[in-house]
Design a protein around this ligand. Structure first.
Ligand code: HH2
Length: 261
């Protein structure tokens, strides 16, 4: 299973985002994640936490492009976490090979860009925007509804020329989902991993804090590892995590027990 290591270049991560000092810090952090065993570093310049304020395009570009260029010059495996086709385009020019889009292709220019560039594209399930998704977390059957909506977006991407082998599908843990919805979706994973390359992003998320009584995201390691191992057992293709070294070690033991190559 692939491990995508998270590199946030938001101001709360690097107080002077965009300066040389922060680019160097980001480069060092990316190299550390890869040395720890990440297959890919996911660079994001916009927080998508529930209720997060949107970042304008110019600011997002200012945060991520210098970092992506620095990573690209080193030839490091990079994905860009963005909802904007314009940002994705600049990222691909800088050497990113994966576009990770938490909006599920809301930007009308996104699917055509993905089709033309041939990049790998992570298509994630959500409803609404980070500002509105909380109110949209209403489901009768979360697993069935999430995957029906995700497959509809997949079909829209294919209709615009994206090829099936470019796609990873992500049920969007924590996006327009409460704890019970996240658990239902995770429980349903084995039903979907044969048909799709599935990415699971549960690392340090709020539902793990709710289940373990940990308000501090950094104290959610054990719960995050539990979900990563569940995802591996369910046949997921990739996990998106903050704690790369611990995840890689946990997966090594899981792999040995499971008898996976
Ligand atoms: N979750 C976040 C961001 N990007 N991408 C994918 N494919 N799947 C996810 O579940 C996912 C994602 C959460 O974002 P945020 O709250 O900004 O925090 P962080 O980037 O530290 O996870």
């Amino acid at each position: 299973m692939r491990v995508m290591g998270i590199l946030n270049v938001t101001p709360d991560s690097f107080s002077d985002g965009g300066s040389y000092a922060s680019v160097d810090a980001a480069l060092a952090a990316a190299e550390r994640l890869l040395a720890e065993g990440a297959h890919l570093v996911d660079v994001g310049g916009e927080s998508t936490r529930p209720g997060a304020a949107p970042v304008d395009e110019e600011e997002e570009l200012r945060r991520v492009v210098p970092v992506l260029q620095a990573l690209g010059r080193r030839g490091l495996p990079v994905s860009v976490d963005t909802r904007r086709a314009a940002v994705a385009r600049r990222a691909i020019e800088a050497g990113a090979t994966v576009v990770n889009d938490v909006s599920g292709g809301a930007d009308p220019a996104m699917f055509p860009l993905v089709a033309a560039s041939g990049c790998t594209y992570v298509l994630m399930h959500t409803r609404g925007t980070p500002a509105t998704m909380g109110a949209l977390a209403r489901y009768e059957d979360p697993d069935a509804e999430v995957w029906a909506e995700l497959e509809a977006r997949r079909d829209a991407a294919l209709a615009l020329g994206v090829r099936p082998e470019q796609l990873w599908l992500d049920p969007g843990i924590g996006f327009a989902k409460e704890t019970d919805h996240n658990l239902a979706v995770l429980r349903g994973l084995p039903r979907h991993t044969a048909a799709h390359r599935v990415l699971v992003g549960a690392s340090r998320k709020r539902f793990i804090g709710a289940l373990t009584g940990q308000a501090d995201p950094a104290a959610r390691l054990e719960g995050s590892l539990a979900v990563a191992l569940w995802a591996a057992q369910a046949g997921a293709y990739a996990v998106r995590v903050h704690d790369v070294a611990a995840t890689v070690r946990a997966l090594a033991v899981w792999r040995a027990v499971a008898g996976e190559a």
